[in-house]
Design a protein around this ligand. Structure first.
Ligand code: NAD
Length: 268
């Protein structure tokens, strides 16, 4: 079967950068964007996983450049963007998605280093990804997407997630500031706030045993995702990302979209 969608792809002729593209939501977005004709730049700390994603998107006959990059390092990001400039000369879509849950601990016991690591990857990583993208986006305009979360925006009951939730709230504020500032270049900025999504984020989660002493027990009605009674999938998030990346959302900027099967309305 020929899956190449040259004539009809909604992202035909576009160049899309995705961070955290080796797994979960970023990987699903890479596959979705490629299936709609976008050439890709993938950034992640996991080189082999990204190369595997690049191999998978070959079925769509798109170009795929993967660059091993820690988004919390400005030196590494600046170097990646230099390679992107040399390879493509511009970007149309930038998806700042890389993130970690990090260390989950009671506030009084949380190490400052652990707090800082979560802030640097999730919040500073988002800032740096956007900062270095602007020069490559501003000539023709484009779409920036940011993966935030229901945590820190609608949900505050996950005890232990204080650093994570602070980064996720910060991403939304940053996105709104950026949407206004970058509108003059026709760059749109929107935020995706997922609820529980079935990915590998558990690998980047370290729950300290001391959390048990501060956790507040909450009993929910049976099923914590009312719409589908289970976590969402990364491909469901990727479909939303496609909409926000494409011209179908050309008048949408500075907006936060929740994708959580109504979970956050139950658990706020
Ligand atoms: P995931 O762990 O499956 O994928 C995240 C990817 O980011 C991994 O490939 C990882 O290697 C990469 N990454 C981690 N730190 C990095 C760094 N410093 N530099 C570059 N890459 C890095 O998890 P996911 O669920 O797909 O997470 C994607 C985003 O979705 C995150 O921002 C996360 O906070 C957000 N999110 C996830 C959920 C969920 O339930 N899975 C819910 C809400 C928000």
């Amino acid at each position: 079967m020929n899956t190449h969608q040259t004539a009809t792809g909604r992202l035909q002729g576009k160049i899309a950068l995705i961070t955290g593209a080796g797994s979960g939501i970023g990987k699903a977005a890479a596959l979705k964007f490629a299936s709609e004709g976008a050439d890709l730049v993938l950034l992640d700390v996991k080189e082999e996983a990204m190369e595997e994603v690049c191999r998978k998107v070959q079925q769509y006959k798109v170009d795929c450049l993967s660059i091993e990059t820690d988004v919390s390092s400005e030196i590494q990001l600046a170097s990646a963007y230099r390679q992107i400039r040399d390879h493509y000369g511009r970007l149309d879509i930038v998806y700042a998605n890389a993130g970690i849950n990090g260390v989950l601990a009671p506030i009084e016991l949380m190490d400052f280093d652990d707090w800082n690591t979560t802030l640097q990857v999730n919040l500073s990583g988002t800032f740096l990804t956007v900062k270095h993208a602007v020069p490559l986006l501003k000539d023709k305009g484009g779409s920036i997407l940011i993966t935030s979360s229901i945590n820190g925006n609608r949900v505050f009951s996950n005890i232990g997630f204080s650093a994570y939730s602070s980064t996720k709230a910060g991403q939304v504020a940053f996105a709104k500031m950026a949407a206004l500032e970058l509108a003059q270049y026709h760059i749109r900025v929107n935020v995706i706030c997922p609820g529980a999504i079935d990915t590998n984020i558990g690998e980047n989660t370290e729950r300290t045993p001391e959390l048990d002493s501060v956790t507040i027990p909450v009993e929910y009605p049976e099923g914590s995702q009312p719409l589908e009674d289970g976590p969402g999938s990364a491909s469901q998030v990727a479909k939303l990302a496609l909409f926000l990346a494409s011209e179908d959302s050309s008048h949408i900027s500075g907006t936060t979209v929740y994708i959580d099967g109504a979970e956050s309305l139950l658990r706020g």
